[in-house]
Every structure is written in structure tokens, then in C-alpha cells.
Design a protein around this ligand. Sequence first.
Ligand code: FE2
Ligand code: FE2
Length: 150
Amino acid sequence: MFGLKSSSAQESSPCLLKNVGVSEFNKQHLRLASYAVEFNQLVEELADREPDANDWKRVDALFSRVTLFVATHFREEEEIMRKFDYPGYPGHKVQHDKFVSDLTKIQSQINDRNVKFKGKMSTLLWEWLYHHINEIDVEYREFFADKGLT
Ligand SMILES: [Fe+2]
Ligand SMILES: [Fe+2]
């Protein structure tokens, strides 16, 4: 749907995320991107007012969906990397862990009902995902293709 099937389609794809070569991970990346967009829309909606109880409930629900899915995605990527002895695994794992710890910090601001979470979250989520997927994840593309993963 986003032209992720072949490298020639990838080059002309309107999708901002690169094809990492493993279709399940491409799908998960798109889902993460859609959560990031959803989160940014919510943050934008709350830009000019103090969140009320119902707003905080929406923030809680969306943030827990994001963190749960990030954890699932990282676990699956890391499992495959370990299984095939991917040489970039240690550095990649450091990046995942750092992001999870950033999310944990934002989670505690949300738990404290601290509106500062808005500024941090709106840039962190999308920018981190974008750079991580397009610069770090994409590095495993050839390695896994050589192992026959598609
Ligand atoms: Fe990824
Ligand atoms: Fe990754």
C-alpha cells in the first residue's frame, strides 16, 4: 500500500519511512507512525488549554497504547537480531533502551499530570521514530535479506 514491496517502488514511494526489508517490521513501523501522528494531534488539540479529566484519560489511553506497542516492536526486532547474530545488535539495543527510558520519563510526567509532557512528546515520538527507522533499522535490511527474511 505504501510501495514497500520492492526497492524501486521504495524510491518512488510517498511514504517517509524507509523499507527495512522485513515486511512485519515495515507494518509495525507504519503503525508506530500512525500512533505518533495521533499523539501529535492530541497534543495540538491541548496546546491552548489545560487538559481536563477526560483529556487526561485520553492521554493515558493513547500513551499506554504507544508504550505497549513500542515494547512489542523492540522485543521482536531484538529477538530476530539475537537469533541471527546480527553484528549491530549491541548498539541497536542501546538505542532502543534509551528511547524506552525517555518514554518512562514522559510517563511519570503524565502520571503527575504535568503538562510539560506535551512539548517533549510531540517532538520526541515522531522524530525519534523517523531517524531510528530510516538510519538505524534500515541498516539490518541487507543482513536479514541475506538470511532469507522478507
Ligand atoms: Fe524498528
Ligand atoms: Fe530498531
